[in-house]
Design a protein around this ligand. Sequence first.
Ligand code: TNX
Length: 499
Amino acid sequence: MVALIPQPLDVRTADGHLALGGLAPEASPPGSVPEPLVRVVLDELSAILSARTAGRDHGPGEGDAHRADRPRQAPLRLRIDPVAGPAGSTDPERYTLVVTADGVTLTAPEPRGLLHASRTLAQLVEAPGEGEQAARVPCVVVHDAPRYSWRGLSVDVARHFFDLDALCRVVDVIASYKLNVLHLHLTDDQGWRVESPSRPELVELSAGSDVSGGPGGHLSLADLEALQDHAAERGVTVVPEIDVPGHTNAATHAYGELRPDGVATDTYQGIEVGFSRLTYDLPATEPFLRDVLGDLARVTDGPYVHFGGDEVLRMEADEYARFVELCERVVLESGKTPVAWQEAAKSPLRPGTLVQYWDTHPGDLTYLVDAARAGTRVIMSPANRVYLDMKYTADFPLGLEWAGHVELRDSYDWEPDDAVPGLPPSAIEGVEAAVWTETLRTPTDLFTMLLPRLSAVAEVAWSAPARKDWDDYRRRVAVQGAAWRREGLPFHPTPQVDW
Ligand code: TNX
């Protein structure tokens, strides 16, 4: 029985296996598949093949007379072809994967579909059978396409800083579950984590600490470029966020002129929210926003810039609405599509601005439903399901609990269409998990919170509701757990699964 996450739309297994001594890629039509993509596919699959065969006797060595008995390289055909995916699907991410005893064929209308096909193939690779040396793949035909086009993870690098290397590893994990957005929460009260060429003081003065007295850090423009390249090659779009007009203590620490009293604030190392703010009617405010949002847009490869807008607890609605209007305008003028947290929908929004639902406290969501009915698209990040910084259980050593405890099944068993009563399902752009880092200092902390829950969120975002099944997912995630162990990826072995 194959164990794929997220569960594809259509999987048919056949008898037999393909022995994979290695892979010989061939693209058709020639030149249709970008070279970096072919390299990524080969690198990922080769790493998995060697992990699966590690410790096996690799048989006769160079020059040995029996060398011809070694498993041959299997052809890996990468085909760009509109006739791919589930019957009738026009989804641009659709793909078909066919494994026969003779080789593997990946077909998709676009390169990104080939990446998805390759991730499916990677999860099908099994250790060699008894007395065999080569890894093997069961013969199978998969036709697949995602439910939502936005399938993301937001990572807070402001409370604790996570560097390029850690973020690239996060990209690898999210891509392996067919997620396609890495949202970076780059600024908050505790630190400004991205270089802004027209405002060098931000990282000079406001990046050197974090919530637990650590050294902080920031992404240079070169880091951001390297991260976006790494992500793009794996089919992942980086959506950077500068959070305004609240969560701004790092900004007011660097620039006293952003405060009515002109006095720069101290650095902040606590975990309270909602106390800091910008002030619309100061002469320094609009130039600051134009500089930092403009700088960020210029170095962003993807189509989106997120301007935050959450938890502005000390501001009248009028002033907040002026901020939303200005930030939207600046982002649009810089050629990007604005994204903001749900509160922005309390103000009139321009068509095209996306909002991100998060707050699961009981409260009046009429404003959000009205905006969605008027055409605003919504990304679903309900905290009690997909805030992966929530503790798994009361005694879990890491995490917060303001949205409750979020066990694996909570992240799995929910339906985006039902998360906000009255919200038209057609307004849902997708699903995004979030990991805030008040209590997470190291990559081990981070991955322990992400896994296994992120794989559950990936299934909510990708798989058709009728294809989801908790008991079956429990079986499949245990197989993933074995892979995480082999790859040295930390995860929480929740008792909800028989690992
Ligand atoms: C809420 S949700 C926040 C963050 C915190 C997080 C902790 C949202 C948009 N803001 O500032 O880090 O809760 O779980």
